[in-house]
Design a protein around this ligand. Structure first.
Ligand SMILES: [Zn+2]
Length: 151
């Protein structure tokens, strides 16, 4: 005698009916995130937007694949061209402000002065680019926009 209940054709159909339905969308974050302001501030400081306890970057702009503390998938965030775009937007306004100040006050720097301003500009670009990349990664992590695996 077989004491186990016989499987009827309706059982697999009932097994799929779950309420509330499970959210299987890929854009739902699998990691916990703080509020927008906290997450973006942590990212702009170069810290993990999720936990704030480990760095995003492994070097100047290389991103850790996962957070060393909370395992948030930092390397899977498709920042791509957004950080340079944001950095250029910020720097164009900063350069415009400096040029306006130079002409407004009638300053005329010599070649050494322009060289110094050029070095200052390069340094500012490098700093702003890193800040922008951290902020963009924080926004993408908050939105749960992981890079889809190819193939
Ligand atoms: Zn973390």
């Amino acid at each position: 005698m077989n004491a186990l209940p016989q499987e009827t054709p309706e059982e697999p159909e009932r097994a799929r009916e779950v309420w509330p339905p499970r959210d299987t969308r890929p854009d739902v974050p699998e990691w916990t995130m703080p509020d927008w302001g906290v997450a973006v501030w942590r990212g702009m400081r170069g810290m993990c937007p999720s936990c704030g306890a480990a760095p995003i970057f492994d070097g100047y702009l290389r991103v850790h694949e996962v957070c060393g503390n909370c395992r948030a998938p930092l390397g899977a965030m498709p920042a791509d061209d957004a950080p340079p775009y944001v950095a250029m937007l910020v720097m164009v306004h900063l350069i415009g402000f400096v040029v306006v100040l130079i002409f407004h006050f009638g300053l005329s720097p010599n070649m050494v002065g322009y060289g110094f301003l050029l070095l200052l500009l390069i340094g500012a670009c490098l700093i702003v680019l890193r800040i922008a990349k951290g902020g963009v990664i924080a926004i993408l992590l908050k939105l749960g926009r992981k890079r889809e695996a190819l193939g």
